[in-house]
Ligand binder design. Structure first.
Ligand code: PMT
Length: 404
């Protein structure tokens, strides 16, 4: 529920992408937001206010004047929400906002708005490329609005180019950053996720059940809170989180190489990946044939990546995970010490709704020299938030100590 308790004003102007704004409104609501939709006249030609009212459970603003409309609504609405999202924003709406015109409810709200505005343009590619539209967008960015530039692809008018409304997932990601505390701003955070593949031959490999969900949730949440995030990911089926640099690797050795390159400039490493402890000693260069009733497989140990990096740390905070099927806390503590970490996340994997490949997780945070904090079963997004709360507090505590 990344928008839990947040109030969002969704401004919708008249373009074919209006139908996608309905899905955006629905996703905001299911992510916990209270959503007030305000539509221009043009938008009402594409989608009815009733559709948005049904999806959000709130009346839809369509006019400055009329029965039942409070005379100050156009002032309050842009001041009492946590953020305003304009999606789709047409060239006309962008032009009016840039020129300071307030001739309907939405543009008047924007003139009086004091909260962050996310503008998502969507239009024909020639219209978008028009210098006047570009100048208007730049002007609005300079005035502090966030512009999520359109994606490229086939457009409703038949043309192909820049002009498509960005994916709803990306709009949600950028909006969530606008309404989140930026307590990790200025920090570089390196995150790992997923399994590794250790090749037996060109078509077979050893791996484990990690889906990457936990690490991707950490990467998303860290970016949302203002950090610059690099995600070193083993093979997963997950899309790259918006705003995050993703480095894709397959094996433990590739993961080690990628981390060695990024670690020196990082402020923290959060290692949620399930790295294979062993790899086949000599992978076969060609597909192994089914000729003998049994085969021997010789494995050699992979390097312990986080332990190696800990030996070269300068300022980095090191956070590991431990997924155990027995003696969870004792094993996690042992790894915390052996690998010289600052925190280990002891991960319960004996219940079906926790650990590998599910959306929820039950963990205990064990800080070095501190009391363990057992968390209940939570979504992986929520676990990521709690972990980053610990990190943000750790850094603010360290700052206090250095001040004396
Ligand atoms: O990806 P999901 O499906 O969402 O599942 C999430 C998860 C269960 C994989 C994740 O939450 C988790 O617990 N990851 C750690 C898995 C594990 O058991 O790691 P480990 O006990 O083998 O290693 C301890 C720590 O050392 C880990 O941070 C690991 O990344 C790191 N390690 C391990 C081996 C190795 N050769 N090098 C390492 O750096």
């Amino acid at each position: 529920m990344i928008f839990k308790g947040k109030r969002i004003l969704l401004g919708v102007s008249g373009g074919i992408a209006c139908y996608k704004a309905v899905e955006l409104a629905r996703r905001l609501v299911t992510s916990g937001a209270q959503v007030k939709v305000v539509m221009t006249r043009g938008a009402q030609e594409f989608v009815t206010p009733l559709t948005f009212a049904a999806v959000t459970g709130q009346t839809v603003g369509t006019s400055l004047f009329g029965q039942g409309i409070h005379p100050l609504e156009h002032i309050w609405l842009g001041q009492q929400v946590d953020a305003l999202i304009l999606a789709p924003a047409t060239a006309n709406l962008i032009g009016k906002v840039a020129a300071g015109i307030g001739d309907d409810l939405l543009t008047t709200i924007l003139l009086a708005a004091t909260r962050p505005v996310l503008l998502c343009p969507a239009m024909n590619c020639e219209m978008y490329a028009n210098p006047v539209v570009q100048e208007n967008l730049t002007r609005l960015e300079q005035r502090g609005m966030t512009v999520l530039r359109p994606a490229a692809g086939p457009l409703a008018c038949g043309a192909v180019g820049y002009g498509r409304l960005p994916e709803v997932e990306d709009i949600l990601a950028v909006a969530s950053r606008l309404v989140s505390p930026q307590d990790l701003a200025g920090r570089r955070i390196l995150v790992t996720a997923g399994p590794t593949h250790e090749d037996l031959d060109p078509v077979r490999f050893l791996t484990n059940r990690s889906s990457g969900k936990m690490g991707y949730a950490v990467a998303r949440a860290a970016w949302r809170r203002g950090a610059e995030v690099t995600l070193v990911s083993g093979p997963t089926a997950l899309p790259a989180p918006y705003g995050v640099e993703v480095v894709r690797v397959r094996s433990a050795l590739e993961m080690r190489e990628a981390l060695q390159g990024h670690f020196p400039t990082a402020d923290a490493l959060i290692m949620a990946a399930a790295v294979s402890d062993y790899r086949p000693e000599s992978p076969a260069p060609k597909k192994v044939k089914r000729r003998t009733p049994s085969q021997e497989l010789r494995l050699v140990q992979n390097p312990d990546i986080i332990q190696e990096l800990a030996a070269h740390r300068t300022r980095q905070v090191l956070i590991g995970f431990a997924a155990e099927t027995g003696d969870l806390l004792a094993e996690a503590r042992r790894k915390l010490e052996a690998k010289n970490l600052d925190l280990i996340v002891a991960n319960e994997v004996n219940r079906p709704d926790s650990g590998f490949a599910v959306d929820t997780n039950e963990v205990t945070l064990i800080p070095r020299g501190g009391e363990p904090v057992a968390l209940p079963l939570l979504s992986k997004d929520e676990v990521a938030q709690r972990l980053l709360d610990w990190l943000a507090e750790y850094w603010s505590g360290a700052r206090e100590e250095s001040r004396g």
